[in-house]
Design a protein around this ligand. Structure first.
Ligand SMILES: [Ca+2]
Length: 265
């Protein structure tokens, strides 16, 4: 326990100097909000930083001791609401020495909605349309195109999704894996990702594979800012393979954890 020497010339006073006024996350996600507190008063003191949700319920708090002029970064961990939407939360600084609230900031919390169903393939091929040679590997729980042919192919997995009201797509993410043996027998291999409405491509990008490094795998993340009006859309992930004639023995392309997040209006 710190013994605080009170100054005759002043009292402690606390302000939130820096914070993030916009927080984005998914349903029930546990996230960390960071605040920088400063003692702008003339004496050392103790502050309690409190985080309140949209129902004015105290979610979490932390106490800190600060000298005059001192700043400290306080992380607060909180669970986001389960339902997609926009919520107003508040961070308040309670001065334990004077018994007053010195500062308050509002935080806009946006819970994004997931548009892709069965993105982790835990329900087999449910909701997905898989073109040959794609299939769902039920032991690995992912979509896979694993071939031993020497033929070029372009084949996709795709899923249609409904947008009931206007939304903004904010992020596309997936896990990918591309491997060829021997790699020298492959001219080109890539994953082409598109967001389509009817026959129109609204957005596209590709993940490339390089013969010299062969195994390409990782998590692909695309920040998006794409507004969609109500309707039916399709996310398509196509493997496009161009092989040389002769000796390709194995090609293995995998996709998992497909996520497409949308912000409410
Ligand atoms: Ca999976």
């Amino acid at each position: 326990m710190t013994v605080v020497a009170y100054s005759e010339t002043g009292q402690p006073s606390f302000q939130i100097a820096e914070y993030n006024p916009q927080v984005y996350g998914t349903s029930s996600e546990i996230t960390t909000l960071s605040f920088t507190l400063v003692n702008t008063g003339g004496a050392p003191g103790h502050a309690e930083l409190q985080l309140y949700n949209h129902n004015n319920q105290l979610l979490t708090w932390q106490q800190v001791a600060l000298q005059p002029g001192e700043t400290i970064t306080v992380p607060l961990q909180a669970k986001l609401p389960p339902s997609p939407g926009t919520y107003t939360w508040a961070a308040k600084v309670y001065n334990l020495d004077t018994g007053s609230y010195d500062d308050e900031k509002t935080i806009t919390v946006t819970v994004l909605s997931e548009l892709i169903r069965n993105g982790d393939f835990s329900q087999g091929s449910a909701y997905w349309n898989l073109e040959n040679p794609w299939y769902v590997d039920t032991s690995l729980q992912l979509a896979r195109a694993h071939t031993r042919t020497n033929e070029d192919f372009s084949a996709s997995i795709s899923q249609t999704f409904e947008v009931p009201g206007t939304v903004t797509l904010t992020q596309l993410q997936l896990y990918y894996y591309m491997y060829a043996s021997p790699p020298g027998q492959v001219e080109a291999l890539q994953l082409s990702i598109t967001i389509e409405r009817d026959t129109t491509t609204l957005w596209s990008d590709s993940i490339s594979w390089d013969q010299s490094t062969n195994l390409a795998s990782g998590t692909y993340t695309a920040p998006l800012s794409l507004q969609l009006t109500p309707g039916t859309y399709r996310l398509r992930i196509a493997a496009i393979v161009d092989v040389k004639r002769g000796g390709l023995s194995e090609l293995d392309v995998r996709v998992d954890n497909v996520s497409l997040l949308a912000a409410p209006p």
